[in-house]
Design a protein around this ligand. Structure first.
Ligand code: ZN
Ligand code: ZN
Length: 250
């Protein structure tokens, strides 16, 4: 089984503070096979990360991603080659992601915040989407999780992903996607076949403040969220897993 964190912000995001090099080092040290860099409305950090990862060759594959502001909530593009412009409609953003061969994943589905895509929006676009984030460290994301999983079983039938939505280094790897294989290509295949699963739990509310867009350093200070990993290893948190429904259409 491969382990991937598919939702990580770096200092290229306005509200995050981890250097790209630090993210890659932490990913390697905790045993991630794949990390998707998904900064807000830019792929510059992700492109830099991929260049550095290729040079380091430390066993971590980087997926170039972007978390886009759409007119109807955040949407993540994975496997991108070019930036997708922000503030398009949800449907147009999915189209632009697919146009360049990328995959469209809904982060924090059905959560209560204004930048969380609504259940109605997701339902209306579910035949075009490629995945649904079912594990996130964000306390707010967790509010929408149960309903989103219920709708996924009955309506969306999307591959499930887990991503930390890390805005600081300590959160990287706290929520992950498990998949057969080890490489980014293996992960892509697993997503297409609905053979992924989501692992990890939300962080306590105060520690999760950074996910609100509070500047990470301030949130870290308030939450006494030191750079010590909240979980000791990749085994202790591997609870609360959610399996994707196997896609029989293959
Ligand atoms: Zn978001
Ligand atoms: Zn995010």
């Amino acid at each position: 089984m491969g382990v991937a964190d598919l939702h990580v912000h770096t200092a290229f995001s306005w509200d995050a503070n981890s250097a790209v090099e630090e993210v890659l080092a932490r990913a390697a040290s905790i045993g991630l096979d794949v990390v998707a860099i998904t900064d807000h409305n830019t792929i510059d950090g992700a492109l830099a990360a991929r260049r550095i990862a290729e040079r380091l060759d430390n066993g971590v594959d980087v997926i170039v991603g972007e978390e886009l502001d759409t007119q109807n909530g955040h949407l993540i593009g994975l496997f991108l080659t070019d930036p997708v412009p922000p503030r398009l409609t949800f449907a147009e953003t999915i189209h632009r992601i697919h146009e360049q061969g990328g995959l469209a994943i809904v982060p924090h589905p059905g959560g209560p915040l204004p930048w969380h895509a609504t259940p109605r929006r997701i339902t209306g676009n579910c035949h075009h989407l490629d995945g649904l984030e079912a594990a996130s460290t964000s306390w707010f994301a967790n509010v929408g999780r149960k309903g989103a999983l219920h709708r996924n079983r009955h309506i969306y039938k999307l591959a499930l992903t887990g991503g930390s939505d890390a805005h600081c280094l300590a959160a990287v790897g706290q929520c992950v996607t498990l998949f057969p294989g080890h490489t980014a290509d293996d992960l892509r295949t697993a997503l297409a076949q609905c053979r992924t699963s989501a692992r990890g739990e939300p962080l306590p509310f105060v520690k999760g403040l950074y996910a609100l867009g509070v500047r990470a350093k301030e949130a870290v200070g308030k939450g006494r969220f030191t750079e010590t990993p909240y979980y000791e290893s990749l085994t202790t948190w591997a609870r609360n897993g959610v399996e994707s429904a196997p896609n029989t259409e293959g």
